[in-house]
Design a protein around this ligand. Structure first.
Ligand code: PEP
Ligand code: MG
Length: 763
């Protein structure tokens, strides 16, 4: 048994036993011989050092059962012949709960499962410790004694240290051999379910955004020096968290702040700090101490009934990773941006929009984030980059290693980690099919969207970042129907000044190569949050101070943007569109501000655009009742169907529960759109649509039939919508739609779908 304490009850208790134990373990790992021989040596030496009559190792098999892999003390014939089902017996219980089981009288425990083949009836006391790596249980290590021994905390800790070393080697295959059960624990397939952030399908290999530090050096020569290193690292950790929380780019509220506040709370937790220091003094390196304490804390927290504590495990994992990184003198954000595989799928706990842009797009196929929703800024960037992305993928980090094969099916939100060959084959088929479709769409790239009866429909893309510009040509679009200028503001860490805005708009105008671009002025507020702007507390941000309301109340902001747009469009056409208009008077006020900027530029001799077109978005239902008034004041309008739908049905567009409750092919919505088309015709004002519905083939079919001749959508939708238009006969569909819209009370989706199928329209 480990020697009893002499002076300091915690520090000296383990040290004499632990150090030779670690040394001997490393020697065993380095010795030649097969995996089984190594396991046999490990149980023999652990039994000796812990003064136990029995020491055994059970490893988890692919089916989840535990198999006795090595023993000192039990019958050797039981090795590879004794199995425990999930949760069965004390060993199974230890694996299931991922916590140590310490029983002085094991045989009278209700969960005890007697196995005659092992000959264990003569042993009374029993200690089992899970073999953990990341969040996975690889197996269980036990010691047993004939006497009713009460294993001390030090005994538990000594066994945990052994399992920690063992776990690393198991995963590398160095102990149990590549073909044995131990080696594949890390290769078991997992499916994690999250939420779609950016649609798409990607097959590739894992690249960790913040790679874990793998602790390989376990034994320290000078425990005092290790404790000091740890002190220094903890101090640095606290400073870095304070800096992050106090930084000017940090919002007053929000998920990111909450997470960091939780980190800071843990970093100041005395119990955690004490355990770290005490563990370091036992002869482990500071890194190994952090790892060990984290494993112990994790199992304690996972044992708690309240979900709050189980959720906090993630925070503590992350905090330990940060501490390890400081100890390894590795900087944050020093991700593997350069040497990435060609089919990289980034896996991150959380990721900022700007960070994602740092990666090489040519090698990036997908993204999986533990936090992050479809509304987050990183999702916007993922969509702009055209990569498949899944958010809210809880538990993904602890399940993957760099280089693991992984499939991201963003349409369903499923992430397949180390998929089996069947799953890979099924997805590869799906990907091939999609690629074939993409090739078909590419062949339409240089053809216009003209219907069978000769109706030309302009197809534009929605954009907002410089990376979007190549999509015009790639997708075969007619231009940009909506340039969301707020995206630059949303992904920046501080407010972009006029020069930065000018620079972006110039790039956009140049790279559009003469194709039209509709610049929408800042649409901040509602779901569009700037991390560096203090938010005004609003009960209902979607109905609050946003879009044109903010622009008219803070004209300096609006005028600066218009000034930048004027300068950037020297010699070109400029199309400016204002969002969230709800009254004709706002149109007049905004137009006045724009005209004044033009006048000012002219007086100052600044070269301005060749022509100016001023337009508004129709996305607030009140405008439906002022259409004649506003049409007289503008050069064009564009329907923002995302917001129009949200306000018409009072259904929050970012709330999944209600967002899909009302169909975009409801006759009520289509009647509203028909009114806008009619008003546009009366006043000879072009009417476009730039919401998500324009990119869905069935919806686009209805829109074209209603009279829309300009749609703006995500670049990936251009191909399918173009193929649909080229196969439709507008007049025939228009006749059908008209009667459907006036006569139905419920969604016309099914009827329209059947009609389109019967017409042979390419959907
Ligand atoms: C809309 O509301 O439909 C729209 C296109 O604008 P955004 O999605 O940026 O609000
Ligand atoms: Mg909108």
């Amino acid at each position: 048994m480990v020697k009893r304490p002499v002076e300091d009850p915690r520090i000296s208790a383990v040290e004499p036993g632990l150090r030779p134990m670690l040394r001997r373990l490393r020697e065993i790992m380095a010795e030649p011989g097969d995996g089984q021989a190594r396991l046999d040596k490990i149980v023999r030496q652990t039994a000796g050092l812990m003064v136990a009559e029995v020491c055994s190792i059970y490893l988890k098999r692919q089916d989840g059962n535990l198999e006795l892999f090595a023993t000192e003390g039990l019958n050797q014939s039981a090795v590879h012949n004794t199995f425990m089902k999930r949760g069965e017996g004390l060993v199974g219980r230890c694996a299931e709960l991922a916590v140590p089981v310490n029983e002085p009288e094991a045989q009278s425990h209700p969960a005890f499962s007697y196995r005659p083949e092992t000959g264990e009836e003569i042993y009374h006391s029993f200690l089992a410790v899970p073999i953990l790596r990341g969040g996975d249980v690889l197996g269980v290590m036990t010691v047993q004694n004939k006497t009713q021994r009460d294993y001390s905390d030090d005994d538990v800790e000594a066994l945990q240290t052994t399992t920690m070393v063992l776990a690393e080697h198991l995963v590398s295959g160095a102990v149990a051999g590549a073909n044995t059960a131990a080696a594949f624990s890390r290769s078991v397939a997992h499916v994690v379910r999250g939420q779609t952030m950016s649609d798409g399908l990607a097959l590739g290999h894992v690249v960790l955004h913040e790679p874990r530090v793998v602790v390989t050096d376990l034994r320290a020569e000078d425990p005092e020096a290790e404790a000091k290193r740890l002190d220094g690292a903890v101090a640095e950790l606290k400073v870095s968290l304070d800096e992050l929380l106090g930084g000017e780019t940090m919002a007053e509220e929000g998920e990111h702040r909450d997470v960091l506040e939780a980190y800071r709370m843990f970093a100041n937790d005395r119990g955690w700090l004490r355990r770290l220091k005490e563990t370091a003094k036992t002869g482990l390196t500071a890194e190994a101490a952090v790892d060990l304490v984290q494993n112990q804390t994790r199992s304690r927290m996972l044992r708690q009934a309240e979900p709050f504590w189980r959720e906090r495990v993630r925070d503590l994992d992350d905090l330990s990773d940060r501490l390890l990184r400081i100890l390894a003198a590795r900087k944050f954000g020093e991700g593997p941006k350069k040497d990435m595989p060609h089919d990289a799928i980034l896996v991150a706990r959380s990721m900022g929009a700007a960070e994602l842009l740092d990666y090489d797009r040519a090698r990036l196929r997908g993204l999986v984030v533990e936090d992050g929703s479809g509304q987050s800024h990183v999702a916007i960037v993922a969509r702009a980059l055209g990569i498949a992305a899944v958010g809210q993928a809880r538990g993904v980090i602890e399940r993957v290693d760099p280089g693991d094969p992984i499939i991201v099916d963003a349409a369903t939100g499923e992430v397949h980690i180390r998929p089996t060959s069947d799953v890979i084959a099924a997805y590869a088929d799906k990907a091939r099919f999609q690629a074939r479709r993409q090739r078909q769409y590419r062949s339409l790239r240089d053809l216009p969207a003209v219907s069978k009866d000769g109706q030309r429909v302009e197809l534009h893309i929605n954009a907002g970042l410089p990376v979007d510009m190549t999509h015009i040509a790639e997708a075969g679009a007619d231009g940009i129907g909506l340039f969301r200028t707020e995206l630059q503001f949303m992904i920046a860490s501080s407010f972009p000044r006029i020069e930065r805005q000018l620079q972006l708009y110039r790039t956009v105008v140049t790279e559009a190569h003469g194709k039209p671009v509709v610049f929408r002025t800042l649409d901040i507020g509602g779901d569009k949050v700037l991390p560096y702007l203090r938010r005004v507390q609003e009960e209902n941000p979607a109905l609050g101070w946003r879009g044109i309301r903010m622009a008219l109340d803070r004209p300096a902001l609006f005028r600066t943007q218009v000034r930048a747009l004027i300068r950037a469009s020297a010699g070109a056409e400029l199309r400016i569109m204002v969002p969230m208009v709800s009254e004709a008077s706002e149109v007049a006020a905004a137009r006045l501000l724009v005209d004044r900027e033009f006048e000012l530029a002219r007086r100052r001799g600044i070269a301005g655009p060749k022509t100016l077109a001023f337009g508004i978005m129709i996305e607030v239902p009140s405008l439906l009742f002022q259409l004649d008034a506003v049409m007289k004041m503008v050069d064009f309008v564009s329907v923002g169907s995302n917001d129009l739908m949200q306000y018409l049905f009072a259904a929050d567009r970012s709330n999944d529960r209600v967002a899909t409750r009302f169909d975009t092919l409801s006759p009520i919505f289509l009647r509203a759109l028909g009114q806008v088309i009619d008003a546009g015709r009366r006043h000879k004002v072009p009417v476009a649509l730039c919401g998500e519905v324009g990119g869905k083939t069935l919806e686009a079919l209805a829109l074209v039939a209603l009279g829309f001749r300009s749609l703006s959508m995500a670049p990936a939708s251009i191909g399918p919508v173009k193929a649909m238009i080229r196969s439709m006969h507008v007049k025939r569909v228009a006749e059908r739609i008209r009667s459907l819209v006036t006569e139905s009370d419920t969604s016309i989706r099914d009827t329209l779908k059947h009609f389109a199928e019967a017409e042979g329209i390419d959907m």
